[in-house]
Design a protein around this ligand. Structure first.
Ligand code: ADP
Ligand code: ZN
Length: 218
């Protein structure tokens, strides 16, 4: 399976892709996680992307594409892969076409009010990037990751001004990609969230059933 998970910031791309990874044994390449790790390590790449990531601006396509290629090269042959946070621009989508053939787009359809609620109460594990929420997806122990016992933190770009910026960029530059993929007849499965307190698991099951129906997984 070669998939992209697609949706606004806060739609749950990270949450669902990590659950699908466990369930399907596929690799996930999460652009935002990669950049945050590099920024934390203050690497050459980290220094280049830090100002963009903090402002919620898009990292230039050349850099993102290069990073994607490096990570795809590490995916074992024959292994499925889910791209989280790529592509985000038409340029990136066109480049992706020259690199791999997409089987499916997993679209997360989430109303704006839920997105804003979620982003402002989101917490991330410093150690393994698992996603929690202080209101709707609480860790078992406050501020501690269930999986690795790492400390949770709030992303600097999850503050109201930067959230607005990210949502606008999604509207203007990323959401048009859906039309592009529809025109290319890439199959899309849509997962619709209507309640803020719905846990991820039932939606993951639905996605799995749809992927089976389309014979994308066994
Ligand atoms: P979100 O929760 O907004 O979907 P991510 O964790 O996927 O955020 O990405 C965080 C930041 O990393 C983005 O705001 C952007 O600065 C940068 N980034 C991630 N993916 C891309 C991409 N494909 N193109 C450009 N910038 C990106
Ligand atoms: Zn963790």
């Amino acid at each position: 399976m070669k998939a992209i998970i697609f949706g606004a910031p806060g739609a749950g791309k990270g949450t669902y892709s990590t659950r699908l990874k466990t369930k399907l044994g596929v690799e996930v390449i999460a652009m935002g996680d990669i950049f945050r790790t590099q920024v934390k390590e203050n690497s050459e790449l980290g220094k280049k992307v830090q100002s963009y990531v903090e402002k919620g601006a898009l990292v230039p396509d050349e850099i993102v594409v290069e990073v994607l290629k490096q990570h795809l090269a590490k995916v074992p042959n024959g292994s499925g892969v889910i791209l989280d946070g790529f592509p985000r621009t038409l340029e990136q989508a066109k480049t992706l076409e020259t690199i791999l053939q997409l089987d499916i787009i997993i679209l997360l359809d989430v109303p704006d009010w839920i997105i804003i609620e979620r982003l402002s109460s989101r917490r991330i594990c410093k150690n393994c990037s698992a996603v929690y929420n202080t209101r709707f997806l609480k860790p078992k122990i406050e501020n501690i990751c269930d999986k690795c016992h790492g400390e949770l933190y709030q992303r600097p770009d999850d503050n109201p001004d930067v959230i607005q910026n990210r949502l606008k960029i999604y509207q203007d530059q990323t959401s048009p990609l859906l039309i592009y993929y529809k025109e290319k007849n890439v199959p899309i499965i849509t997962s619709k969230t209507t309640d803020i307190d719905t846990p991820p698991e039932p939606l993951v099951e639905q996605m799995f059933e749809e992927l089976k129906k389309l014979k994308i997984v066994n």
